[in-house]
Design a protein around this ligand. Structure first.
Ligand SMILES: Nc1ncnc2c1ncn2[C@@H]1O[C@H](COP(=O)(O)OP(=O)(O)OP(=O)(O)O)[C@@H](O)[C@H]1O
Ligand SMILES: [Mg+2]
Length: 405
C-alpha cells in the first residue's frame, strides 16, 4: 500500500471522522472567539489559517498522525469551512460526472458511465444536511420538513436534487449531475460506441427534413445529451424555442429562446408549468419547439403543436421501450384530462411522432442507441413501427435495416 493509499484509507475510519469533527469544532470555536468573518477572507488566507491551526491542534493534543494525514485534515477542514465538505473534492474532480450521496456513509460517483463508491463520508446526517443547505442557500432555496424535496440548478448549470427524512428513509440524499463543460457531441458518441456513423447521418438528415422525433429511454440513458446533439443539426436561421425544467440544452443557434419552468413558491403559488410554456411558445411564432422531457399535462399541447405545423419538434420521454413509451403518453394524456376515445388518442400520437430513438444503458455502463424506428401508424391497438436501425446485443453490432425494408 502506498502512503497516499493508506492516508485515503485512514480517512474512512471512525477514528479519522471523530478527529475531523474535533478539528472542525475547534476551528469554529476559534473563529467565533476571534470574531472572524471568514466569508470576507480569500481562499488563500483561509487555507493558511486552517493549516496553521490544524498543525497546532495536532501538536498540542499529541495526536499520532503523520504528515499526509495532516494534509488530509487540512484539506477537509478547509472544505468544511468554505465549500461542500466531504464532496468538495468530487465536485472539483473533472473526471466525475455524477455524485450521489445516500445518507452519510454511502457516497458514489459516476465516471465514464460507471458507478464507483467514493472514498468519502459524512460525520452524520446533520452534516449532510448542512452541506445541502450550503449548496442551496445561494439559490434562495432550502430543505426542511415542509419542503423535504428540492430540485435546483446551480449557477454553473449543474443539477442538484436533495431529499431528506421523513420522505427519504435512508436519511438525507443528494444527487448532483455536473454540467459538462463540453457536452457530448457527434464525435464523442461515435467514440463511446453510442451510435454509428450511419445512424448519425440518418438522424441528421431527418432533423434537417423536419421530422418530429421522440427520444425514449430509462433514467440517465443519455436522452438529454442526445436531444442536444439532434438540436445542433437544426439549420441556422430557424426559430427554436426550448422548454425545460432545468435548462440543460446548449444550442448555438442565433434564433433561440430558452424557457424554463418555475416550481411553486413556499406558499405553493406562482408556478409556471411546462404546459403554460408550450402554450405560450405557440404564440411566439416558433419554427420548432424542443421540449426537454414530456412528463405531465403538457403532453396534449405538445402533440397538438406537432400535429399543427410545428414539424421538426423534438422531445424525450422516460420509458423502457417504444411500446411502453406510447402507453406512457396515453397515461399522461389521461391524467391531463383527455376525454376522447383511446383510438383517437393513439391516432394523434402516431400522427404527431414520426421517429422514435430508443436509448439504453448496457451492463458495462455504455449508452447505446438500441433502435431507431419510424412510426408508420397503428396496427390493431398497437403502434406500427418500422425499425431502421437496431442494436443486436449478442453480436454487439448496430444493424442497418434500410435495405431489408
Ligand atoms: N452516449 C453517452 N455515453 C456516455 N455517457 C453519456 C452519454 N450520454 C450521456 N452521458 C452521460 O450520462 C449522464 C446522463 O446523461 P443525460 O442527462 O443526457 O441522461 P438523461 O437520460 O437525460 O437523464 P435523466 O433521466 O436524468 O433526464 C451524464 O453524466 C452524461 O454526460
Ligand atoms: Mg434528461
Amino acid at each position: 500500500m502506498t502512503a497516499s493509499e493508506s492516508a485515503e484509507r485512514f480517512r474512512l475510519t471512525d477514528q479519522y471522522q471523530a478527529l475531523k469533527a474535533d478539528v472542525h469544532r475547534h476551528l469554529i470555536a476559534l473563529i467565533e472567539a476571534r470574531n472572524i468573518d471568514i466569508d470576507t477572507w480569500t481562499a488563500d488566507r483561509v487555507n493558511r489559517f486552517v493549516a496553521e491551526q490544524v498543525r497546532q491542534f495536532v501538536l498540542e493534543k499529541k495526536l499520532p498522525v503523520n504528515q499526509r494525514e495532516i494534509e488530509a485534515l487540512v484539506r477537509d477542514a478547509h472544505n468544511e469551512l468554505m465549500g461542500y465538505g466531504p464532496i468538495q473534492q468530487l465536485v472539483d474532480d473533472d473526471t466525475v460526472d455524477d455524485i450521489v450521496v445516500n445518507g452519510p456513509y454511502n457516497v458514489f460517483v459516476e465516471r465514464g458511465g460507471r458507478l464507483f463508491e467514493a472514498p468519502v463520508r459524512f460525520i452524520d446526517e446533520q452534516h449532510v444536511i448542512r452541506v445541502i443547505q450550503r449548496i442551496l442557500a445561494p439559490l434562495g432555496r432550502r430543505v426542511d420538513e415542509s419542503t423535504p424535496m428540492v430540485d435546483a440548478r446551480l449557477p454553473d448549470g449543474s443539477r442538484v436534487n436533495a431529499i431528506i427524512r421523513p420522505i427519504s428513509l435512508e436519511g438525507p440524499c443528494l444527487s448532483i449531475r455536473k454540467f459538462k463543460k463540453h457536452p457530448l457531441l457527434e464525435d464523442d458518441l461515435l467514440r463511446l460506441g453510442t451510435a454509428t456513423k450511419e445512424e448519425i447521418a440518418y438522424l441528421r438528415e431527418r432533423v434537417e427534413k423536419r421530422t418530429n422525433i421522440i427520444i425514449v429511454g430509462g433514467t440517465g440513458t443519455g436522452k438529454t445529451t442526445f436531444l442536444n446533439l439532434l438540436s445542433q443539426w437544426i439549420p441556422q436561421g430557424e426559430r427554436i424555442i426550448t422548454i425545460e425544467d432545468a435548462a440543460e440544452l446548449r444550442l448555438r443557434h442565433r434564433h433561440v429562446v430558452r424557457l424554463e419552468t418555475r416550481p411553486p413558491n413556499l406558499e405553493g403559488q406562482r408556478a409556471v408549468t411546462a404546459r403554460d410554456l408550450v402554450r405560450n411558445a405557440l404564440r411566439m411564432r416558433p419554427d420548432r419547439i424542443i421540449l426537454g422531457e414530456v412528463r405531465g399535462d403538457e403532453v396534449l399541447d405538445m402533440l397538438q403543436a406537432m400535429n399543427t405545423g410545428h414539424d421538426g419538434s423534438m422531445t424525450t420521454l422516460h420509458a423502457n421501450n417504444p411500446y411502453d413509451a406510447v402507453h406512457r403518453l396515453e397515461l399522461l394524456a389521461g391524467f391531463a384530462g383527455y376525454t376522447g376515445s383511446e383510438q383517437t388518442l393513439l391516432g394523434q400520437i402516431v400522427s404527431a411522432l414520426q421517429l422514435m430513438v430508443h436509448l439504453a444503458r448496457l451492463p458495462d455502463g455504455r449508452r447505446c442507441v438500441l433502435s431507431i424506428a419510424e412510426i408508420r401508424g397503428i396496427k390493431g391497438h398497437e403502434l406500427d413501427l418500422r425499425e431502421v436501425f437496431r442494436f443486436e446485443a449478442d453480436s454487439g453490432r448496430h444493424l442497418d435495416l434500410r435495405a431489408a425494408a
